[in-house]
Design a protein around this ligand. Structure first.
Ligand SMILES: [Zn+2]
Ligand SMILES: [Zn+2]
Length: 155
């Protein structure tokens, strides 16, 4: 594999103007591991240059998303999470009740994408999926109701 280009290099190569503010944001995004929110980026950027506002960060993240360099995921926490494409294929299961989450391997998702392709000619964008449900602790605390969903309204 060739040496990984930095986000700044990739943007420049695509003819996008990289302002000094944008360069700081790109470097911060690149350094962050795993999942990040716009607020995480903002906090880290503020330590370098306190003049960069949250709107600029959102615009830069939107741009990276359009260029398919970062992927977006709704982690059920209200804030959108982002991960670098280079972060790799991974999936999450998240408890709707307590927010407990874990990552599970791509092998679990792969049969589904193969079947979708085979039966519907549908190419799933499933490099990063989030599945919501209920963890064991929550089910034990509030047993599943007859319709299969955890009865989380009980105290
Ligand atoms: Zn993820
Ligand atoms: Zn739970």
């Amino acid at each position: 594999m060739a040496k990984k280009s930095t986000l700044i290099e990739i943007l420049k190569r695509r003819g996008i103007r990289v302002t000094p503010q944008r360069a700081i944001i790109l470097e911060v995004v690149e350094r962050m591991q795993g999942h990040i929110t716009a607020e995480d980026v903002y906090t880290a950027v503020q330590n370098i240059n306190s003049y960069i506002n949250l709107a600029t960060i959102y615009r830069t993240l939107d741009l990276l998303k359009e260029l398919d360099l970062i992927i977006e995921a709704d982690m059920g926490t209200g804030a959108t999470h982002y991960a670098l494409r280079t972060h790799g294929t991974h999936h999450h299961a998240i408890c709707r009740n307590c927010g407990y989450s874990f990552e599970f391997p791509h092998e679990f998702i792969e049969p589904l994408t193969v079947q979708l392709r085979k039966h519907y000619d549908f190419v799933a964008d499933a490099d990063h999926t989030v599945i919501f449900g209920w963890c064991k602790a929550c089910i034990d605390a509030a047993p599943l109701s007859s319709n299969g969903s955890a009865n989380t309204t009980q105290p």
